[in-house]
Design a protein around this ligand. Structure first.
Ligand SMILES: C[S@@+](CC[C@H](N)C(=O)[O-])C[C@H]1O[C@@H](n2cnc3c(N)ncnc32)[C@H](O)[C@@H]1O
Length: 269
């Protein structure tokens, strides 16, 4: 498995994946974005008090198994404390291109990607502690030196990074926030994309994947209308599933539930 530096349609080798861009159905209605009760609950109401931003995640408290608990100690060197300033400097080879993954879950696919691409550096950001522990366990066991992880809100981390310092930003199977009143928590939004665009290098990629059709349509509607981004597969199209993106846990769950999978690759212009 390698990571291409050219668009993945030129790298396709696995015939089970579509070779052509995928045409999506009609675009959904945009959310009303005016749910005052929810805004107050989220802390977003403009009421003169401190303004808390809307989070894209909910922290869950789940116990760690024995190897995960031990991994947090044994592989502590792979875990970076916030705040950080230039993520590139965390690595033995700061000159290598930086991939940032937001919400890596249990981290298996991130570890496989880092293992397959020693010529790149990988920073994974997650708030789910058992996932962080599992990820460093697998990265540590594999002896990876090009992967670091953080327990933090990725949006806060991004704010601190130098502009143009990220080569690839990946967001795989983000929480779809299915209820209309929660659409404001979706990561892909006109509110959050300016930060992503600011931190991506020119020519860098934002790569998102989802198994939730409404979110796929939503993502395309947002991303195709960002002047700073170009759809690598052409306006209105999803990307063929890249064979260098390992299956994630949530992707597998989506398959089991009979869902489709949509990848989107956008280049910062
Ligand atoms: C539905 S899970 C998908 C996990 C994994 N990518 C997969 O496909 O199996 C989404 C993950 O994103 C994380 N997440 C959501 N927003 C985040 C943020 N702003 N910063 C860090 N992690 C975030 C959540 O904690 C959750 O583990």
């Amino acid at each position: 498995m390698t990571q291409p530096s050219t668009p993945p349609n030129q790298q396709q080798s696995d015939q089970q994946y579509p070779q052509e861009p995928i045409q999506l159905a009609e675009q959904p209605d945009r959310p009303d974005g005016n749910d005052q009760a929810q805004s107050a609950k989220d802390g977003t109401a403009e009421n003169g008090r401190a303004h808390r931003s809307v989070l894209t995640f909910m922290r869950r408290s789940s116990p760690l198994n024995t190897s995960q608990a031990k991994a947090l100690e044994d592989y502590q060197h792979l875990i970076v404390e916030a705040p950080i300033h230039d993520a590139r400097q965390l690595f033995e080879h700061p000159e290598h291109p930086l991939t940032v993954e937001i919400g890596f879950g249990m981290g298996r696919s991130l570890v496989l990607m880092a293992q397959a691409a020693p010529e790149r550096n990988f920073l994974g950001i997650e708030v789910h502690v058992p996932g962080i522990a599992q990820c460093v366990y697998e990265a540590g066991m594999a002896g990876l030196t090009n992967l670091r992880v953080m327990d933090a809100d990725a949006l806060e981390v991004l704010k601190g990074l130098p502009d143009g310092s990220i080569d690839r930003l990946q967001l795989y199977f983000p929480d779809p926030w299915q209820k209309k009143k929660h659409f404001k928590r979706r990561f892909v939004s006109h509110e959050r994309m300016p930060l992503v665009e600011q931190k991506l290098a020119t020519g860098g990629w934002f790569h998102a994947a989802t198994d939730w059709e409404h979110y796929a349509e939503w993502m395309l509607d947002v991303l195709d209308n960002r002047p700073a981004l170009k759809n690598v597969y052409g306006k209105g199209n999803a990307a063929p599933r890249p064979d260098w993106r390992p299956e994630t846990k949530f992707e597998r769950r989506g398959h089991e539930a009979g869902h489709g999978v949509w990848d989107f690759i956008f280049e910062k212009i």
